[in-house]
Design a protein. Structure first.
Length: 198
C-alpha cells in the first residue's frame, strides 16, 4: 500500500471536507454530493447493511459512509477513478468495485419507494390528469426517452454494442411522469439496437 493511502482516516475528503460541510455549509454539501444532510443520512442508514464491510487484521475496511459518499460524488460529477482515488485516498482498483456495489444497494433500497410503475386504472388516470393539468397534454401517460452511454468494447462481442454513431454503447430507456419522476428504467440494451427496438 502506498503511504499516502494509509492516511485515509485523517486526510481524505470524506473525513475532512464532508464533516465540515455537514456542520457548516449545507448548501455546498448539497451541491457537492447532490443530497442535503438529512437525505444523505437517511440514504446512508438504508444502504449501510448492504455495503458495510468488516475490518480485518491486515487493514481497516472502507466505511459505508466513505463508500456512499465516493459513489455519490462519482454519480454527481463523472470524475475518473484516479481523481476520486486521490481525493478519498482509496485505490482505483477498489473504487471500481465500490461504485457498482453501492449503486446496486441504492437501487435495491430506493426502488420500491421511488421507481414505481402504475398498477391499476386509477393510478394511470392520475398520471394522465397530471400531464393534462401541468403540460396541457391530453391522454398522455408518460414521456419516454433513451440515452446512450459509452463503454469499452466487451471481449468477443463483435458488433453487438457498436452503434450508428461509430461508438460502443449501452442504452438506458426511461419513462417519467408529469413531474419528471421515473416510473420505469431499463439499462443495458446493446448499442446496435434502435430506440424503437429497445
Amino acid at each position: 500500500m502506498r503511504s499516502w493511502l494509509a492516511r485515509r482516516e485523517k486526510e481524505s475528503v470524506y473525513h475532512r471536507l464532508l464533516k465540515e460541510l455537514s456542520l457548516e455549509d449545507h448548501e455546498t454539501m448539497r451541491n457537492w454530493i447532490r443530497l442535503d444532510k438529512d437525505q444523505y443520512h437517511k440514504l446512508l442508514q438504508l444502504v449501510t447493511p448492504l455495503i458495510a464491510k468488516k475490518d480485518t487484521r491486515m487493514r481497516k475496511a472502507v466505511t459505508a459512509g466513505e463508500r456512499l459518499t465516493l459513489t455519490l460524488r462519482y454519480l454527481a460529477t463523472g470524475e475518473s477513478h484516479a481523481s476520486l482515488g486521490c481525493q478519498f485516498r482509496i485505490s482505483h482498483n477498489l473504487i471500481s468495485s465500490i461504485i457498482p456495489s453501492v449503486c446496486r444497494a441504492i437501487y435495491q433500497v430506493l426502488k420500491p419507494q421511488f421507481l414505481r410503475f402504475p398498477t391499476n386504472q386509477s393510478e394511470w388516470q392520475k398520471v394522465a390528469n397530471n400531464y393534462f393539468t401541468q403540460w396541457n397534454f391530453p391522454m398522455c401517460i408518460g414521456a419516454l426517452d433513451g440515452k446512450r452511454g459509452l463503454i469499452s468494447k466487451p471481449p468477443r462481442s463483435g458488433s453487438e454494442y457498436y452503434d450508428y454513431k461509430g461508438h460502443f454503447t449501452l442504452i438506458m430507456m426511461a419513462v417519467v411522469d408529469a413531474n419528471c419522476n421515473f416510473m420505469y428504467v431499463d439499462v443495458g440494451a446493446s448499442g446496435r439496437a434502435s430506440d424503437a427496438g429497445v
